[in-house]
Design a protein around this ligand. Sequence first.
Ligand SMILES: [Zn+2]
Length: 393
Amino acid sequence: MPRQTKTPCGDGRTVQYNTIKVRLYPTEAQAALFENTFGCCRYIWNRMLADQQRFYIETGAHFIPTPAKYKKEAPFLKDVDNQALIQEHNKLSQAFRVFFKNPSSFGYPNFKKKKTDKDSYTACNHVFESGPTIYTTKDGVRMTKAGVVRARFSRRPQGWWKLKRITVEKNRSGKYYCYILYECRVKAPEPVVPAARTTIGLKYSMAHFYVADSGAMADPPHWLRQSQEKLSKMQQRLHRMQPGSKNYQEAVQKYRELHEHIANQRRDFIHKESRRIANAWDAVCMRADALAEMSRKLPVGNVLDSGYGMFRECLRYKLERQGKRLISISRYEPTTRTCSVCGSVRDQIPLRVKAWTCPQCGAVHHKEINAAKNIKAQGLAQYFGEQNLDMSA
Ligand SMILES: [Zn+2]
């Protein structure tokens, strides 16, 4: 899954970050080392957080001790990659930074629990004269302490990409994955100026994932629905079973695997759909909907509800890499209630209403297509306003 944030370098090049996800097949000893590292990371996080809290109460100052301080009293920390512990310190410092900056959106850092927190750790690559500490081989990833861990690559890095860091993770069904982050310096793309006919407006839709201003809809593939139905049936079966029994354990594992399968299907759909749109259009207009808030109002179990945020993020970087723009308009714009023909704004339209007639000009609207048209018009106006360009040009 490629991810990107861009930083200009000043020489017409920008730094892109690409992530490659690989499945890991550790030996028993390597898996034990991973488990150990996950545990040590949780331990060091909790110790640093506890000491930060104590120190804050005693002196009123914010201070996080470094992992080195704990190694004497907890010698088992020496068994794992020191880089992983340093990263926990960085992550905790970052968690406090965002918390201090914006306490209402980012909560106070929490203690980590084995039961609820993800099994994962991150380690940075260091390049010494003797070579890098982390690198990929034909069929594996070489890591500090673990050595070469067998891996399956679905895609390969380019030779000139710089390996920055890895995150090793165990998912809920017990599979290991490694996210390898690369830094790539690329030529900055020429900015593309959108026109009305090369711009698409997308409206989030509960039933269709999105609806475009042209009337096109991305109906979620039927197999996604089939998997979803299967998941609901499995869930019902689980409720009827005796927790703790062997059958129950097996069913839980199957349930988790199906869950994972659906997540993969969804990710695949989102990547393909965003790729298609980013290649076909010069700009995409979307509303900055508060998706977390919206999904609370949705019926439980809508497989695509959580995918829209990812879809937007995929679109953003896929467009940016081509010098194109994702134009976000305010979520407070009344795009649904505004007539895209005459511009008059009417009262709230009930959720179940699919079509309406404008009381001012008599235009008949499909509710979602009309909203997508408004999102596009609003987005373009915003874009040309920002750029100080004449829209008719
Ligand atoms: Zn009208």
